[in-house]
Design a protein around this ligand. Structure first.
Ligand SMILES: [Mn+2]
Length: 417
């Protein structure tokens, strides 16, 4: 055997090994389409959004067609209200049927969120089951196994709907995970789906935020989810993100369709490949387009009423969009401002939803009076300074230095995650 023969022989061996690795890798891996927070039936300032919601649902089917996942996971807030109209319920049923038909072997798991009624969510649980669709709406402490869905040959899902009470930290989740551990002879990937607020997440765009809750749900720390899972699929927070401190294992996929103007970020579904055995999941996001984008004028901050009217009249007539106007005022908005705005927009495809007034004298006085977009433009030290002024505390140069030092430490920790 000459040198070249030997080289090609070795290369052949390496290639064979690579093919073997790829085949075993693909065999073990579970491919998930992770989505949440569809909020079907949501209306924006009384404008009906059926057309956008149908567009989003059609895109879901297309993505399933192209990606062929093993599991389609919808982690809560299917509907916007606990009593959706008959038309909205039909929209969901048709969409799930279409998604099922696109990939009949795929397992579909749909859990209820805090916006859904857990009991109503389970009404058609039995017939859906015949179509590989698992509707899980309530916590069943008597039958923990009812929260386990097996993905044949691929892995397991522990599906937890939103529920009052501390079932994540009180040992219930851990007992379900232990049961999965007993069933899981082949050491296949294990996925947990939950609808809750995890400490440290980015809550941009959410209302109803307090020190302990977001949208009425208490913070849970990532450690409270325990161990025994390879991927934690989260719903509730609308911005897609990995959770710091989860070692790349826990993720909010975010809403595919913006629910408010403050959710001015990309909306997508997460395609997650989970290999198990301690390997971090591999992520690809697929964008979901909205034919009616939510637009704020001006794009950041606020402008005077005359300038805002100019921006609105310059807005292209042929772009269908929802418009929010951010107007800075000294006193009050001129009487009839909304009618003026509607007049400027008449003949255009856009819909004026709301005029947000930002009082110029209030901007520097207190952070509570700021618009969300203004707040986002601020440095943390400025926010701390205005908070200190608010409560009458001293915030001198020493305090600023200490604050920045603490901030650097936090940033360093985040980078190390
Ligand atoms: Mn939601």
């Amino acid at each position: 055997m000459n040198r070249y023969d030997l080289l090609s022989f070795r290369l052949f061996g390496v290639a064979k090994f690579c093919i073997f690795v790829v085949i075993t890798y693909n065999h073990r891996a579970m491919k998930i389409l992770h989505t949440s927070d569809w909020h079907l039936g949501h209306t924006l300032y009384n404008y009906d959004r059926t057309e956008e919601q149908l567009s989003m649902l059609r895109q879901m089917r297309t993505i399933v067609d192209e990606e062929r996942p093993d599991l389609f996971l919808l982690s809560g807030d299917v509907y916007h209200t606990s009593r959706p109209s008959a038309a909205v319920q039909t929209m969901l049923a048709d969409a799930l049927m279409s998604i099922h038909e696109a990939c009949p072997d795929m397992i579909i798991v749909v859990t209820a969120g805090n916006h859904d009624s857990g009991m109503r969510h389970e009404i058609f649980r039995t017939p859906w089951r015949r179509l590989n669709v698992h509707m899980i709406g309530t916590i069943d402490r008597e039958r923990p196994e009812s929260h386990i869905v097996e993905i044949p040959g691929k892995g397991y899902v522990v599906a937890l709907p939103y529920a009052y009470g501390r079932f994540i930290s009180d040992g219930f989740l851990q007992s379900v995970l232990e049961r999965v551990g007993e069933m899981n002879d082949g050491r296949l990937p294990v996925v947990v789906s939950a609808h809750t607020t995890v400490k440290g997440c980015d809550i941009t765009g959410h209302d109803g935020v307090t020190e302990y809750t977001v949208g009425g749900i208490d913070y849970v720390t990532i450690d409270e989810f325990g161990c025994g899972y390879d991927y934690l699929a989260l719903g509730h927070i609308h911005r897609q993100q990995w959770i710091h401190g989860s070692r790349g294992k826990a993720r909010y996929c975010g809403t595919p369709l913006a629910v408010s103007f403050d959710e001015a970020y990309d909306h997508s579904v997460s395609i997650v490949t989970v290999n198990g055995d301690g390997e971090p999941p591999v992520l690809k996001t697929v964008a979901v387009d909205n034919p009616f984008p939510l637009v704020t004028l001006p794009a950041s901050g606020a402008a005077e009423w005359e300038r805002v009217k100019e921006l609105l009249s310059e807005f292209p007539a042929d772009i269908p969009a929802y418009i929010r106007l951010n107007v800075s005022v000294d006193g009050f908005l001129p009487v009839g401002a909304m009618n003026e705005a509607l007049l400027i927009a008449s003949g255009k495809k856009c819909k004026v939803c709301h005029i947000n007034t930002v009082r110029r004298d209030a901007v520097s006085a207190t952070s509570r009076m700021m618009s969300v977009s203004d707040f986002r433009m601020c440095q943390p030290v400025e926010i701390a300074g205005s908070y200190a002024a608010d409560i009458g505390a001293v915030f001198d140069d020493d305090m600023k230095a200490m604050f920045n030092e603490a901030l650097d430490e936090v940033k360093k920790d985040e980078r190390n995650d």
